[in-house]
Design a protein around this ligand. Sequence first.
Ligand SMILES: Nc1ncnc2c1ncn2[C@@H]1O[C@H](COP(=O)(O)OS(=O)(=O)O)[C@@H](OP(=O)(O)O)[C@H]1O
Ligand SMILES: [Mg+2]
Ligand SMILES: [Mg+2]
Ligand SMILES: [Mg+2]
Length: 381
Amino acid sequence: MEDDKYSKELDVAVRVVHLACSLCQRVQEGLVSTSSDQIVSKDDDSPVTVADWSVQATVSWMLSEFFGSQNVSIVAEEDVQTLSKADSADLLEAVVHTVNKCLAEAPKFGLKSPDRSLGALQVLEAISRCSSSGGPVGRHWVLDPVDGTLGFVRGDQYAVALALIEDGQVVIGVLGCPNYPMKKEWLNYHHQHYRNMSKLSLPTPDSWEEGCVMYATRGSGKAWMQPLVNGDEKLEWPNFARVIRVSSIDDPALATFCEPVEKANSNHSFTAGLAHSVGVRKKPLRVYSMVKYAAIARGDAEIFMKFARSGYKEKIWDHAAGVLIVQEAGGVVTDAGGRMLDFSKGLYLEGLDRGIVACSGATLHEKIVGAVYASWDSSNL
Ligand SMILES: Nc1ncnc2c1ncn2[C@@H]1O[C@H](COP(=O)(O)OS(=O)(=O)O)[C@@H](OP(=O)(O)O)[C@H]1O
Ligand SMILES: [Mg+2]
Ligand SMILES: [Mg+2]
Ligand SMILES: [Mg+2]
Protein backbone atom coordinates (compact mmCIF):
# COMPACT_ATOMS: atom_id res chain seq x y z
CA MET A 1 0.00 0.00 0.00
CA GLU A 2 1.29 3.47 -0.79
CA ASP A 3 2.22 5.14 2.48
CA ASP A 4 0.65 8.47 1.67
CA LYS A 5 -2.52 7.19 0.07
CA TYR A 6 -4.72 8.11 3.03
CA SER A 7 -2.63 10.86 4.63
CA LYS A 8 -5.17 13.63 4.10
CA GLU A 9 -8.08 11.46 5.28
CA LEU A 10 -6.14 10.34 8.36
CA ASP A 11 -5.08 13.87 9.24
CA VAL A 12 -8.66 15.18 9.02
CA ALA A 13 -10.08 12.19 10.90
CA VAL A 14 -7.63 12.54 13.80
CA ARG A 15 -8.28 16.26 14.18
CA VAL A 16 -12.04 15.78 13.99
CA VAL A 17 -11.96 13.06 16.66
CA HIS A 18 -9.95 15.37 18.95
CA LEU A 19 -12.59 18.04 18.39
CA ALA A 20 -15.37 15.53 19.13
CA CYS A 21 -13.63 14.39 22.33
CA SER A 22 -13.52 17.96 23.54
CA LEU A 23 -17.27 18.27 22.87
CA CYS A 24 -17.99 15.04 24.77
CA GLN A 25 -15.90 16.02 27.77
CA ARG A 26 -17.88 19.22 28.16
CA VAL A 27 -21.25 17.50 27.79
CA GLN A 28 -20.29 14.64 30.13
CA GLU A 29 -19.27 17.07 32.85
CA GLY A 30 -22.68 18.74 32.55
CA LEU A 31 -24.59 15.45 32.55
CA VAL A 32 -22.82 14.02 35.56
CA SER A 33 -23.04 17.15 37.69
CA THR A 34 -26.73 17.91 37.07
CA SER A 35 -29.64 15.53 36.56
CA SER A 36 -30.50 16.24 33.00
CA ASP A 37 -33.20 15.98 30.40
CA GLN A 38 -30.50 15.65 27.77
CA ILE A 39 -30.61 11.83 27.89
CA VAL A 40 -33.31 10.14 25.83
CA SER A 41 -34.26 6.46 25.46
CA LYS A 42 -34.32 4.98 21.95
CA ASP A 43 -36.82 2.37 20.77
CA ASP A 44 -34.54 -0.44 21.99
CA ASP A 45 -34.32 1.33 25.40
CA SER A 46 -30.66 2.23 24.85
CA PRO A 47 -29.72 5.82 25.73
CA VAL A 48 -28.85 8.64 23.33
CA THR A 49 -27.71 12.08 24.41
CA VAL A 50 -27.05 15.58 23.17
CA ALA A 51 -23.43 14.47 22.73
CA ASP A 52 -24.27 11.57 20.35
CA TRP A 53 -26.21 13.85 17.98
CA SER A 54 -23.81 16.77 18.35
CA VAL A 55 -20.72 14.68 17.56
CA GLN A 56 -22.47 13.13 14.56
CA ALA A 57 -23.44 16.58 13.24
CA THR A 58 -19.95 17.99 13.82
CA VAL A 59 -18.08 15.10 12.19
CA SER A 60 -20.50 15.03 9.28
CA TRP A 61 -20.14 18.77 8.72
CA MET A 62 -16.34 18.60 8.86
CA LEU A 63 -16.05 15.60 6.50
CA SER A 64 -18.41 17.29 4.05
CA GLU A 65 -16.34 20.47 4.17
CA PHE A 66 -13.15 18.57 3.36
CA PHE A 67 -14.38 15.99 0.89
CA GLY A 68 -17.58 17.58 -0.47
CA SER A 69 -21.06 16.68 0.72
CA GLN A 70 -21.85 15.06 -2.64
CA ASN A 71 -18.80 12.77 -2.50
CA VAL A 72 -18.77 11.73 1.09
CA SER A 73 -20.60 8.61 2.24
CA ILE A 74 -21.06 8.30 6.01
CA VAL A 75 -22.48 5.34 7.93
CA ALA A 76 -23.31 6.40 11.49
CA GLU A 77 -25.41 5.30 14.42
CA GLU A 78 -27.85 8.15 15.04
CA ASP A 79 -30.80 9.51 13.05
CA VAL A 80 -32.97 12.62 13.38
CA GLN A 81 -36.31 10.97 14.17
CA THR A 82 -36.45 11.93 17.86
CA LEU A 83 -34.83 15.31 17.32
CA SER A 84 -37.34 16.32 14.64
CA LYS A 85 -40.40 15.73 16.80
CA ALA A 86 -42.42 18.80 17.75
CA ASP A 87 -41.87 18.20 21.47
CA SER A 88 -38.10 17.91 21.04
CA ALA A 89 -37.53 21.61 20.42
CA ASP A 90 -35.45 22.05 23.60
CA LEU A 91 -33.35 19.03 22.77
CA LEU A 92 -32.71 20.25 19.24
CA GLU A 93 -31.80 23.67 20.57
CA ALA A 94 -29.30 22.08 22.96
CA VAL A 95 -27.76 20.10 20.08
CA VAL A 96 -27.50 23.18 17.83
CA HIS A 97 -25.90 25.13 20.67
CA THR A 98 -23.43 22.31 21.44
CA VAL A 99 -22.47 21.89 17.77
CA ASN A 100 -21.82 25.60 17.28
CA LYS A 101 -19.80 25.87 20.47
CA CYS A 102 -17.72 22.92 19.31
CA LEU A 103 -17.24 24.20 15.75
CA ALA A 104 -16.09 27.54 17.13
CA GLU A 105 -13.20 25.65 18.77
CA ALA A 106 -12.13 24.03 15.50
CA PRO A 107 -9.08 26.31 14.92
CA LYS A 108 -7.52 24.90 18.10
CA PHE A 109 -7.27 21.61 16.20
CA GLY A 110 -6.11 23.17 12.96
CA LEU A 111 -9.60 23.00 11.48
CA LYS A 112 -11.74 25.78 10.05
CA SER A 113 -14.90 26.97 11.77
CA PRO A 114 -17.95 27.77 9.63
CA ASP A 115 -18.27 31.41 8.57
CA ARG A 116 -21.43 31.71 10.59
CA SER A 117 -23.22 29.55 13.16
CA LEU A 118 -25.20 26.61 11.82
CA GLY A 119 -28.98 26.78 12.07
CA ALA A 120 -31.22 23.92 13.24
CA LEU A 121 -31.94 22.81 9.68
CA GLN A 122 -28.25 22.61 8.81
CA VAL A 123 -27.57 20.59 11.94
CA LEU A 124 -30.42 18.18 11.19
CA GLU A 125 -29.20 17.90 7.62
CA ALA A 126 -25.66 17.11 8.77
CA ILE A 127 -26.95 14.34 11.06
CA SER A 128 -29.23 12.80 8.48
CA ARG A 129 -26.56 12.92 5.77
CA CYS A 130 -24.92 10.02 7.65
CA SER A 131 -27.48 7.53 6.40
CA SER A 132 -25.29 5.60 4.00
CA SER A 133 -25.44 1.84 4.38
CA GLY A 134 -21.84 1.16 3.35
CA GLY A 135 -21.17 -1.95 1.30
CA PRO A 136 -18.41 -3.64 -0.70
CA VAL A 137 -17.61 -0.85 -3.17
CA GLY A 138 -16.09 2.60 -2.71
CA ARG A 139 -15.23 4.69 0.33
CA HIS A 140 -17.46 4.88 3.36
CA TRP A 141 -16.77 6.71 6.61
CA VAL A 142 -18.08 4.81 9.62
CA LEU A 143 -18.88 6.74 12.79
CA ASP A 144 -19.98 5.83 16.29
CA PRO A 145 -20.33 9.35 17.70
CA VAL A 146 -20.43 8.09 21.29
CA ASP A 147 -19.73 4.41 21.77
CA GLY A 148 -20.66 3.17 25.22
CA THR A 149 -23.35 5.80 25.73
CA LEU A 150 -24.28 4.00 28.94
CA GLY A 151 -20.75 4.50 30.25
CA PHE A 152 -20.88 8.10 29.05
CA VAL A 153 -24.04 8.96 31.01
CA ARG A 154 -22.67 7.18 34.08
CA GLY A 155 -19.53 9.32 34.01
CA ASP A 156 -17.45 6.33 32.97
CA GLN A 157 -15.56 5.08 29.88
CA TYR A 158 -16.77 5.81 26.34
CA ALA A 159 -15.17 6.34 22.94
CA VAL A 160 -15.57 8.36 19.76
CA ALA A 161 -14.90 6.01 16.84
CA LEU A 162 -14.29 7.00 13.23
CA ALA A 163 -13.12 4.64 10.50
CA LEU A 164 -12.79 4.69 6.74
CA ILE A 165 -13.76 1.61 4.76
CA GLU A 166 -12.57 1.28 1.19
CA ASP A 167 -13.85 -1.52 -1.00
CA GLY A 168 -15.01 -3.46 2.04
CA GLN A 169 -11.84 -3.14 4.11
CA VAL A 170 -11.13 -0.85 7.03
CA VAL A 171 -8.23 1.36 5.92
CA ILE A 172 -8.23 4.02 8.66
CA GLY A 173 -9.25 3.69 12.31
CA VAL A 174 -9.36 6.55 14.83
CA LEU A 175 -10.50 6.04 18.42
CA GLY A 176 -10.88 8.85 20.93
CA CYS A 177 -10.91 7.71 24.58
CA PRO A 178 -11.35 10.86 26.68
CA ASN A 179 -11.49 9.07 30.05
CA TYR A 180 -8.69 6.58 29.47
CA PRO A 181 -7.22 6.36 33.00
CA MET A 182 -3.66 6.79 34.23
CA LYS A 183 -3.60 3.25 35.62
CA LYS A 184 -5.08 0.32 33.74
CA GLU A 185 -6.77 -1.04 36.90
CA TRP A 186 -8.92 2.09 36.93
CA LEU A 187 -10.50 1.00 33.64
CA ASN A 188 -12.75 -1.26 35.69
CA TYR A 189 -16.09 0.41 36.09
CA HIS A 190 -16.17 -0.17 39.84
CA HIS A 191 -13.51 2.47 40.12
CA GLN A 192 -15.80 5.09 38.75
CA HIS A 193 -17.58 5.62 42.01
CA TYR A 194 -14.32 6.33 43.83
CA ARG A 195 -13.14 8.36 40.92
CA ASN A 196 -16.10 10.70 41.14
CA MET A 197 -15.75 11.03 44.91
CA SER A 198 -12.02 11.64 44.75
CA LYS A 199 -12.34 14.17 41.99
CA LEU A 200 -14.03 16.47 44.45
CA SER A 201 -11.10 16.40 46.85
CA LEU A 202 -8.10 15.93 44.57
CA PRO A 203 -6.08 19.11 43.97
CA THR A 204 -5.46 18.11 40.34
CA PRO A 205 -8.64 16.55 38.96
CA ASP A 206 -6.91 15.58 35.72
CA SER A 207 -4.61 13.17 37.52
CA TRP A 208 -7.13 10.36 37.06
CA GLU A 209 -7.26 10.55 33.32
CA GLU A 210 -4.80 10.22 30.57
CA GLY A 211 -7.34 10.70 27.77
CA CYS A 212 -6.04 9.86 24.30
CA VAL A 213 -6.74 9.51 20.60
CA MET A 214 -5.37 6.38 18.89
CA TYR A 215 -5.13 5.76 15.19
CA ALA A 216 -3.79 3.44 12.52
CA THR A 217 -3.70 3.02 8.76
CA ARG A 218 -4.14 -0.42 7.26
CA GLY A 219 -0.93 -2.23 6.35
CA SER A 220 1.37 0.23 8.16
CA GLY A 221 2.14 -2.21 10.98
CA LYS A 222 1.97 0.67 13.43
CA ALA A 223 -0.64 2.23 15.68
CA TRP A 224 -0.25 5.64 17.26
CA MET A 225 -1.49 7.47 20.31
CA GLN A 226 -1.76 11.17 21.05
CA PRO A 227 -2.70 12.86 24.32
CA LEU A 228 -5.88 14.92 24.22
CA VAL A 229 -5.44 18.59 23.49
CA ASN A 230 -6.50 19.97 26.84
CA GLY A 231 -8.55 23.15 26.99
CA ASP A 232 -6.28 25.00 29.42
CA GLU A 233 -2.97 24.07 27.92
CA LYS A 234 -1.33 25.78 25.02
CA LEU A 235 -0.70 22.56 23.11
CA GLU A 236 0.02 23.54 19.56
CA TRP A 237 -1.00 21.37 16.64
CA PRO A 238 0.56 19.09 15.33
CA ASN A 239 0.05 17.04 18.41
CA PHE A 240 2.73 14.69 19.73
CA ALA A 241 2.15 11.01 18.83
CA ARG A 242 3.82 7.86 20.10
CA VAL A 243 3.72 4.33 18.75
CA ILE A 244 1.67 1.86 20.76
CA ARG A 245 2.09 -1.89 20.74
CA VAL A 246 0.15 -4.86 22.12
CA SER A 247 1.35 -6.67 25.24
CA SER A 248 3.93 -9.44 24.85
CA ILE A 249 2.29 -11.61 27.52
CA ASP A 250 1.18 -14.93 26.07
CA ASP A 251 0.74 -16.91 29.27
CA PRO A 252 -3.00 -17.03 30.10
CA ALA A 253 -2.18 -17.08 33.82
CA LEU A 254 -0.73 -13.58 33.47
CA ALA A 255 -3.27 -12.27 30.97
CA THR A 256 -5.99 -9.70 31.61
CA PHE A 257 -9.26 -10.28 29.83
CA CYS A 258 -11.81 -7.55 29.24
CA GLU A 259 -15.45 -7.65 28.25
CA PRO A 260 -18.60 -5.47 28.16
CA VAL A 261 -20.00 -4.21 31.45
CA GLU A 262 -23.60 -5.15 30.65
CA LYS A 263 -24.62 -8.80 30.85
CA ALA A 264 -27.22 -8.03 28.21
CA ASN A 265 -24.45 -7.21 25.71
CA SER A 266 -22.26 -10.27 26.25
CA ASN A 267 -22.66 -13.59 28.00
CA HIS A 268 -20.49 -13.21 31.12
CA SER A 269 -20.85 -16.80 32.27
CA PHE A 270 -19.84 -18.22 28.89
CA THR A 271 -16.71 -16.03 28.73
CA ALA A 272 -15.89 -16.91 32.36
CA GLY A 273 -15.96 -20.59 31.35
CA LEU A 274 -13.70 -19.93 28.35
CA ALA A 275 -11.28 -17.88 30.41
CA HIS A 276 -11.13 -20.55 33.09
CA SER A 277 -10.61 -23.37 30.59
CA VAL A 278 -7.57 -21.70 28.99
CA GLY A 279 -6.07 -20.85 32.38
CA VAL A 280 -6.88 -17.16 32.77
CA ARG A 281 -6.74 -16.45 36.49
CA LYS A 282 -7.47 -12.74 36.83
CA LYS A 283 -10.96 -11.36 37.22
CA PRO A 284 -12.39 -9.84 34.03
CA LEU A 285 -11.90 -6.14 33.46
CA ARG A 286 -15.37 -4.89 32.58
CA VAL A 287 -15.16 -1.74 30.50
CA TYR A 288 -17.75 0.20 28.53
CA SER A 289 -17.20 0.82 24.82
CA MET A 290 -14.40 0.34 22.31
CA VAL A 291 -11.99 1.41 25.04
CA LYS A 292 -11.63 -2.40 25.34
CA TYR A 293 -9.95 -2.48 21.91
CA ALA A 294 -7.85 0.51 23.00
CA ALA A 295 -6.71 -1.41 26.10
CA ILE A 296 -5.56 -4.33 23.93
CA ALA A 297 -3.82 -2.05 21.43
CA ARG A 298 -1.79 -0.22 24.05
CA GLY A 299 -0.86 -3.34 25.97
CA ASP A 300 -3.03 -2.84 29.07
CA ALA A 301 -5.01 -6.07 28.49
CA GLU A 302 -4.44 -9.20 26.42
CA ILE A 303 -7.88 -10.61 25.64
CA PHE A 304 -11.24 -9.07 24.68
CA MET A 305 -14.27 -11.27 24.11
CA LYS A 306 -17.84 -10.33 23.25
CA PHE A 307 -20.56 -12.94 22.84
CA ALA A 308 -23.88 -11.19 22.23
CA ARG A 309 -27.16 -13.08 22.56
CA SER A 310 -28.04 -15.13 19.50
CA GLY A 311 -29.96 -13.06 16.96
CA TYR A 312 -28.15 -9.81 17.81
CA LYS A 313 -26.31 -8.44 14.80
CA GLU A 314 -23.11 -6.54 15.55
CA LYS A 315 -22.90 -3.16 13.80
CA ILE A 316 -19.82 -2.11 11.87
CA TRP A 317 -19.46 1.21 13.76
CA ASP A 318 -19.02 -0.67 17.06
CA HIS A 319 -15.87 -2.39 15.80
CA ALA A 320 -14.27 -0.94 12.64
CA ALA A 321 -11.88 1.58 14.21
CA GLY A 322 -10.94 -0.63 17.17
CA VAL A 323 -10.29 -3.75 15.11
CA LEU A 324 -7.87 -1.99 12.74
CA ILE A 325 -5.97 -0.31 15.58
CA VAL A 326 -5.54 -3.63 17.42
CA GLN A 327 -4.40 -5.38 14.24
CA GLU A 328 -1.87 -2.71 13.33
CA ALA A 329 -0.59 -2.67 16.93
CA GLY A 330 0.23 -6.37 16.49
CA GLY A 331 -2.94 -8.05 17.74
CA VAL A 332 -5.31 -10.62 16.23
CA VAL A 333 -9.06 -10.08 15.86
CA THR A 334 -11.51 -12.62 14.44
CA ASP A 335 -14.94 -14.05 15.09
CA ALA A 336 -15.23 -17.07 17.37
CA GLY A 337 -14.68 -19.37 14.39
CA GLY A 338 -11.32 -17.73 13.67
CA ARG A 339 -12.49 -15.81 10.59
CA MET A 340 -11.74 -12.15 9.88
CA LEU A 341 -14.64 -9.76 10.51
CA ASP A 342 -16.37 -8.76 7.29
CA PHE A 343 -16.97 -5.01 6.99
CA SER A 344 -18.16 -5.21 3.38
CA LYS A 345 -21.76 -6.25 3.87
CA GLY A 346 -23.41 -3.00 4.92
CA LEU A 347 -24.41 -1.91 8.42
CA TYR A 348 -23.84 -5.26 10.09
CA LEU A 349 -21.00 -7.75 10.51
CA GLU A 350 -22.96 -10.31 8.51
CA GLY A 351 -21.95 -13.92 8.91
CA LEU A 352 -20.26 -13.34 12.25
CA ASP A 353 -19.66 -16.70 13.87
CA ARG A 354 -20.99 -16.45 17.46
CA GLY A 355 -18.79 -13.75 18.92
CA ILE A 356 -15.67 -11.61 18.69
CA VAL A 357 -12.23 -12.55 20.03
CA ALA A 358 -9.46 -9.95 20.06
CA CYS A 359 -6.07 -10.88 21.50
CA SER A 360 -2.63 -9.36 21.84
CA GLY A 361 -1.09 -12.30 19.96
CA ALA A 362 -1.68 -15.52 18.07
CA THR A 363 -0.90 -17.87 20.98
CA LEU A 364 -3.64 -16.54 23.25
CA HIS A 365 -5.99 -16.17 20.31
CA GLU A 366 -5.62 -19.80 19.24
CA LYS A 367 -6.26 -20.95 22.80
CA ILE A 368 -9.45 -18.92 23.13
CA VAL A 369 -10.83 -19.92 19.73
CA GLY A 370 -9.95 -23.54 20.52
CA ALA A 371 -11.80 -23.26 23.82
CA VAL A 372 -14.90 -21.95 22.02
CA TYR A 373 -14.91 -25.07 19.84
CA ALA A 374 -14.52 -27.28 22.87
CA SER A 375 -17.21 -25.66 25.01
CA TRP A 376 -19.82 -24.41 22.53
CA ASP A 377 -22.04 -27.49 22.51
CA SER A 378 -22.33 -27.54 26.26
CA SER A 379 -23.26 -23.85 26.43
CA ASN A 380 -26.77 -22.56 25.97
CA LEU A 381 -26.08 -19.28 24.14
N1 LIG B 1 -28.31 -6.41 23.05
C1 LIG B 1 -27.09 -6.08 22.67
N2 LIG B 1 -26.15 -7.01 22.54
C2 LIG B 1 -24.93 -6.68 22.19
N3 LIG B 1 -24.51 -5.42 21.93
C3 LIG B 1 -25.41 -4.44 22.04
C4 LIG B 1 -26.73 -4.72 22.43
N4 LIG B 1 -27.39 -3.57 22.47
C5 LIG B 1 -26.50 -2.61 22.12
N5 LIG B 1 -25.30 -3.13 21.86
C6 LIG B 1 -24.13 -2.43 21.40
O1 LIG B 1 -23.10 -2.48 22.34
C7 LIG B 1 -22.39 -1.24 22.33
C8 LIG B 1 -21.71 -1.11 23.63
O2 LIG B 1 -20.94 -2.25 23.75
P1 LIG B 1 -20.04 -2.43 24.97
O3 LIG B 1 -19.05 -3.48 24.70
O4 LIG B 1 -19.48 -1.10 25.35
O5 LIG B 1 -21.04 -2.93 26.10
S1 LIG B 1 -21.21 -2.37 27.56
O6 LIG B 1 -21.86 -1.07 27.49
O7 LIG B 1 -19.88 -2.34 28.19
O8 LIG B 1 -22.05 -3.35 28.23
C9 LIG B 1 -23.45 -0.24 22.07
O9 LIG B 1 -22.87 0.88 21.42
P2 LIG B 1 -23.48 2.37 21.71
O10 LIG B 1 -24.94 2.34 21.35
O11 LIG B 1 -22.67 3.20 20.78
O12 LIG B 1 -23.21 2.68 23.16
C10 LIG B 1 -24.41 -0.98 21.16
O13 LIG B 1 -24.18 -0.74 19.82
MG1 LIG C 1 -21.47 1.77 19.81
MG1 LIG D 1 -23.00 5.05 19.94
MG1 LIG E 1 -26.24 3.71 20.98
